[in-house]
Design a protein around this ligand. Structure first.
Ligand SMILES: Cc1cc2nc3c(=O)[nH]c(=O)nc-3n(C[C@H](O)[C@H](O)[C@H](O)COP(=O)(O)OP(=O)(O)OC[C@H]3O[C@@H](n4cnc5c(N)ncnc54)[C@H](O)[C@@H]3O)c2cc1C
Length: 385
């Protein structure tokens, strides 16, 4: 996906080229040089959110009336791809722009939208989605966080885990069950509500610059206006959101696999073994040829799902197929490319080493590969009914 290939992808028009150049430049100048330090810090600074907001990189699809650019989803795709191509996994822009704001845009009240969206577009307010719990990840039925109706509002108690942007976020979309219900409802919870507390930033295998946290809710009172959509309808909203989330993971993973491939081509072209360049060995050539073929297949699959999304036709099953196939392909790519680097592939100074661990999570977040297979399998038998 070099410049020429990118621009020949049919889904993009001429209007996207300049945005890609600008985004790439911003990442190269304002994010990449500082990323190693942010990995040590375990988070990115808030200021980078505001800088990205100024450039229009946050929530670009949010309608103009709420401060966004009101542009198409392809502008978001560019941001996701460029962050992955640069191996800059720290800024949690995708969670914020592509997971949190769509809940507000699609299911929020007019008041919620005008209150939150303009500040999310500028990066003044950072968002996160809090679904997972220690005993409820794949199986959300095990969710224990409860919301009790009290006066003109709700009192929320429970615990969340693995929440991306958890240390930085000001606004959380929190999934909880109402006192007398087994169904999920969604609530907007601000980080300054009494009873809300952030736990530790979790010590992860990779993606070190992104703050992933535990969250605690000890009788957190929110007003009635903080419910998102209708009571008990949360699972329906989450399912709609998850299809988009899975597509975004496929988009980012595809671009990261592409970056790993490119870095490896450069490496093997310069490294000599037994008086030959690595790139001259048949094993290297065949390995990279197979990866190139898989990358082309993955890009076609991703672009097809993006087109379906743009046409309002992305469904849960095809989004699951894209996430499953592309994240597994990314895993194969990272492993094979690390091997081609030999011992240097195991050193964090090489991008392939970092990408190897950073990419591992994509087969887990947003639903594991096994859950993607469950969804696809369900689709097979549903179609026979
Ligand atoms: C870095 C990171 C960031 C994250 N960010 C967020 C976030 O922002 N917000 C949020 O809410 N969550 C987030 N998560 C949570 C993530 O979505 C869950 O980890 C994921 O859904 C899996 O749930 P679990 O960890 O409880 O694993 P489990 O559900 O306990 O799964 C354990 C194993 O069992 C398998 N399994 C489960 N069910 C089945 C089945 N029916 N058939 C076959 N196998 C099955 C799984 O595939 C897995 O291999 C994040 C996780 C990580 C690691």
């Amino acid at each position: 996906m070099d410049d020429s290939t990118t621009q020949t992808r049919e889904i993009f028009g001429d209007e996207h080229a300049e945005v890609r150049t600008q985004t790439r430049r911003f990442i190269a100048e304002r994010i990449a040089p500082f990323h190693e330090q942010w990995e040590k810090d375990g988070r990115v600074p808030r200021s980078i959110w505001q800088e990205a907001g100024e450039l229009g990189m946050l929530c670009p699809t949010v309608p103009e009336q709420y401060g966004g650019l009101g542009v198409d989803f392809l502008y978001s795709v560019i941001v996701m791809e460029e962050l992955s191509l640069a191996h800059t996994t720290g800024p949690g822009f995708v969670v914020h722009s592509e997971m949190v704001t769509p809940y507000l845009v699609n299911f929020g009240t007019e008041e919620q939208k005008s209150h939150w969206l303009p500040r999310m577009v500028t990066g003044e307010v950072i968002g996160a989605v809090a679904m997972s719990e220690p005993s409820a990840g794949s199986d959300l039925r095990g969710m224990r966080t409860r919301a009790v109706r009290k006066g003109d509002g709700y009192v929320i108690s429970g615990q969340k885990v693995f929440i991306s942007n958890g240390q930085l976020a000001d606004l959380f979309v929190v999934a909880a069950k109402l006192e007398d219900s087994d169904k999920i409802s969604l609530f907007l919870v601000e980080s300054d509500r009494p009873g809300f507390a952030r736990g530790r930033a979790l010590d992860k295998l990779g993606v070190h610059a992104q703050d992933t946290s535990e969250l605690f809710f000890d009788q957190v009172t929110v007003p009635r206006e903080n419910i998102l959509g209708e009571e008990d309808a949360g699972l329906r909203y989450l399912r709609a959101g998850l299809a988009r989330e899975r597509l975004t993971i496929a988009i980012s993973s595809q671009a990261r696999a592409e970056a790993i491939f490119r870095d490896t081509v450069s490496y093997v072209t310069g490294r000599k073994v037994f008086e030959q360049y690595l790139s001259e060995l048949q094993n290297t050539r065949f390995t990279l040829a197979s990866i190139r073929a898989e990358l082309e297949a993955g890009q076609a699959l991703v672009d097809r799902q993006i087109s379906r999304y743009l046409a309002g036709e992305l469904d849960e099953t095809t989004a699951a197929m894209a996430k499953l196939w592309v994240t597994e392909m990314q895993g194969r790519t990272a492993d094979a490319c690390l091997q081609l680097h030999g011992g240097w592939g195991y050193m964090r100074e090489y991008s392939v080493a970092r990408a190897f661990v950073d990419s591992r999570v994509d087969r887990i977040t947003g639903g594991t590969s096994e859950i993607m297979k469950e969804i696809i399998a369900r689709g097979i038998w549903d179609a026979r009914r």
